[in-house]
Design a protein around this ligand. Sequence first.
Ligand code: PMP
Length: 283
Amino acid sequence: MGFAVSIDGRVGSPEEVTLKVTDNGFVFGDSAYETLRTYGGRPFELDRHLRRLRRSIALLGFELQTSDDEIKARIDACLSFASNDESYLRVIVSRGVGDMSYRFERIPEPTIAMYVKPLEPNNEALYEKGASAVIVSIRRNPVEALNPAMKASNLLNNALATREAYAKGAFEAILLNTRGEVAEGAGSNVFIVKGGRLLTPPLSCGLLAGITRELVLEIAAATGVPFEERVLSADDLKTADELFITSTLKELLPMVTLDGVQIGSGAPGPVTKALLSAYRARI
Ligand code: PMP
C-alpha cells in the first residue's frame, strides 16, 4: 500500500480522503503538527509527541476534545492501512473548516489529519562522514511574533531558510534569532561539544523543544556527559570540537563543516558517536 491518509477518522488513500479547501490549516497555516517515525512498525515516543501537540494547540488558542486513546487508534488504523515496514507519520490538527475569513467563531471543531508514507532510510554514509551546514541570512521567527516553541504548520520561515541552505549546497540551515544568537536548524536542534562539554541553546533563544534534543540531554545525564544549556554564537559553533543536529527523522547527525569552515577534526567526533549509539540503543 505505502501511503495512507486519515481525516477525522476516515482512512484511505490520499486520492480518496481529502481536505476541504476552506480548512484554516490550508488557508492560514493555522494548525499544529507532529512528525514521527516508526521503529519496528511502532511510532517512536508517541506520548511525548502527543503532549507537545497539545502544547502547540494551546499556544494557537483552540481546544482539542479528542482523547489521546482515540488519536492513537486513528494512528494505528492509518499505519495498518499503509502497511509499511517503517513509516513516516505526520499528525496535523487544524483549527478546523472555516469560510476564508478571520471569523473563528464560525469554525465548529478542529480537523485531525494524518499522513503516512514509507520511511526513506537515512543515508548511513552521512553519519560516518558527517554533513555540512550553513548559517542562513534568514533569522528565526522571534518568540514575540510566531513563537518557535509551537510546532505550527506555518513553515515559511523554515522553508525559505532551507531553500537558502540548499542553494549553497548545504544539508541543513542553521538560523540565528533576531539577537544574533544561535536558535536552531530549519528542521532540527543544534548541539556542540567544546572541551568535553555538551552545549545547546536554551529554549529562551527561541526554538522548538525537540523531542530528540530532550532525549539526548537525558542520555547525557544518564551516561555522565557534562552538559549545559547555553547561549551560543555562530563563532562558538565554528570553533567547536564537534557539531551535530538532532531530529526525529535525522536522529543525531554530525556536521563537519559550517559555512565551509571545518569543525574539529573534520570527521564525526567521539562524543557525537557515543551519544548516537546510546540513542540507537535506547530505540
Ligand atoms: N526544530 C525544528 C524547527 C523542527 O522542525 C524540528 C523537527 N521536528 C526539530 C527542531 C527537532 O524536533 P524533534 O526532535 O522533536 O523531531
